[in-house]
Ligand binder design. Structure first.
Ligand SMILES: [Zn+2]
Length: 137
């Protein structure tokens, strides 16, 4: 159901809570396996590579690169005036960990595959949506 902001907010589970609330401390938290050291997303209770259950959220740098993107031109939601960019970004820590997100603070024409981006949280009542913006410096 759309929130009053017009956003459709995620259903937060025990396992996904660190991901959806990390933005309140400005931390992008992604699940990591303590047995094999690999990161993975979405957060679940076991590592899909080595089956270890010794997994949990860890803070990342919040930096990523655009792996793929599309520009939406259709006014699906009143709160999202088009055009806007929906992107898959790959984490700096481990590029095969990808998040589907929106790019903010940038012009649509500016976006390129490989572009360096950093997390920019959109704080709602009890979730912080991890969007990404171009790294400026
Ligand atoms: Zn593992």
């Amino acid at each position: 159901m759309p929130h009053q902001s017009g956003r459709i907010l995620p259903e937060v589970t025990e396992e996904s809570r660190p991901f959806w609330t990390g933005g309140f401390d400005n931390a992008l938290r992604i699940h990591r396996c303590r047995s094999c050291g690999k990161w993975f997303h979405p957060p679940v209770g076991a590592c899909f590579r080595c089956r270890s259950r010794d997994v949990g959220p860890e803070q990342t740098s919040g930096r990523a690169r655009v792996a793929a993107y599309t520009v939406n031109h259709h006014p699906w939601f009143e709160a999202f005036p088009p055009p806007y960019v929906i992107a898959a970004v790959e984490l700096e820590e481990q590029p095969d960990v990808r998040l589907t997100t929106c790019l903010v603070d940038c012009e649509v024409e500016q976006v390129q595959v490989g572009m360096a981006v950093e997390v920019a949280f959109d704080l709602q009542d009890d979730v912080a949506l991890p969007f990404f913006r171009p790294v400026t410096a």
